[in-house]
Design a protein. Structure first.
Length: 212
């Protein structure tokens, strides 16, 4: 009897978890041993039982998936973590790898790609697409400036909210920041990305798929 790869699914949508479980069920060496719909639930599960691989969504109700990734890496350094998100890899993949992710997949990935990524992560490898490999190479040589890759996680969050049409006051309230702080973030974003207005920022966000 083979030792199965123990997987933890973390996504706030039950239908997504069900779909991923069915996909992984096609592999006889992979077993979904736990599911969580919140970051806190995921943390509780990894404290109670061992997992080999965790599949995390980015958008969670209580904590950003990248923040959860960081916490899981601190608590369970040997746990391989894959991001499975609706966002394209252009938006969050590089940030995920910088935080120790073993791979990044979009939710339209094939069953074969998902199973292959889980097996590779469990074996200590990295799942990196050819497109992302090129982007990572560019980042290493410092050519990722002038785009959203040059922004911090908080700046990217503010950018997306501005591009969604939210007012600075509403953004401040939703992020629990002062309006002055949000204004400072906006100015920093425009400077880093060499943009001149909210309209240019919004156009950039739309053209680069930052808005779902």
């Amino acid at each position: 009897m083979i030792d199965k790869i123990k997987v933890l699914l973390v996504d706030d949508h039950a239908i997504v978890r069900n779909g991923v479980r069915l996909m992984l069920g096609e592999a006889d060496d992979i077993s979904v041993e736990g599911e969580a719909d919140t970051a806190q639930g995921a943390l509780q599960l990894v404290r109670e039982q061992p997992f080999d691989v965790a599949l995390l969504d980015i958008a969670m109700p209580d904590k950003n998936g990248l923040d959860l990734l960081k916490l899981l890496r601190m608590e369970q350094p040997k746990l391989a973590i894959l991001i499975l998100s609706a966002y394209s890899e252009d938006i969050y993949a590089m940030r995920a790898f910088k935080r120790g992710a073993a791979g990044y997949l979009t939710k339209d990935s094939s069953t074969g790609a998902l199973i292959g990524a889980v097996r590779k992560a469990a074996a200590g490898g990295k799942h990196i697409s050819p497109t992302l490999m090129e982007k990572l190479a560019h980042a290493v040589v410092g050519r990722a400036t002038g785009s959203h890759e040059s922004l911090s996680d908080r700046e990217l969050e503010v950018l997306k909210l501005i591009a969604s049409g939210e007012s600075l006051v509403k953004i401040a309230a939703s992020l629990h920041l002062s309006a002055h702080t949000v204004t400072t973030y906006r100015a920093r974003i425009l400077q880093k990305m060499d943009l001149g207005s909210n309209a240019e920022l919004t156009r950039y966000a739309i053209e680069n798929g930052l808005l779902l």
